[in-house]
Design a protein around this ligand. Structure first.
Ligand code: FES
Ligand code: FES
Length: 157
């Protein structure tokens, strides 16, 4: 099948798609967007989190055929230009990036949280990021990063 969808505001097409291959595979291997990571391919780790029609989902669990005609936003689309998004900057500044494999999914999940809740409590942060696994940081620095991003974005608005 030919797959047509919008990715980060751009119309994208890919041919010879098997309807059952994952949206994550399409993004990474067919559309040249490796930002969303493939760590488990089973919906367990959150490293592949993207927005599908504005809802954060695991791209590894979305079949390509389900994405037909829909709107996808990936970690590559978070920042509007060449500058880092405030959430990206906060993760760097808080030391929340080690190997970085979990980071793209955490960035999208944090963006989703802060869009819904500008000043989340710690339990709200933990709940929002519960589906995103990190094997490096011990999570405290990730919590610091989300608090920092919330403070900065709150101060800027
Ligand atoms: S790669 Fe999708 S949840 Fe782990
Ligand atoms: S920084 Fe390595 S898995 Fe999170």
């Amino acid at each position: 099948m030919r797959l047509s969808l919008t990715v980060n505001g751009q119309e994208m097409k890919a041919d010879d798609i098997w309807v059952g291959e994952s949206l994550l595979y399409v993004l990474r291997e067919r559309m040249g967007m490796p930002g969303s990571k493939n760590a488990c391919e089973q919906g367990e780790c959150g490293s592949c989190t993207v927005y599908l029609d504005g809802v954060a989902v695991c791209a590894c669990l979305v079949a390509a055929g389900q994405a037909q005609g829909r709107d996808v936003r990936t970690v590559e689309g978070l920042a509007p230009g060449d500058d880092l998004h405030p959430i990206q900057q906060a993760f760097l500044d808080a030391g929340a990036v080690q190997c970085g494999f979990c980071t793209p999914g955490l960035l999208v999940a944090t963006d989703d949280l802060l869009r819904r809740t500008g000043r989340p409590t710690d339990p709200e942060i933990r709940e929002a990021l519960a589906g995103n696994l990190c094997r490096c940081t011990g999570y405290e620095k990730i919590l610091d990063a989300v608090r920092l991003a919330a403070d900065r974005m709150g101060a800027a608005s």
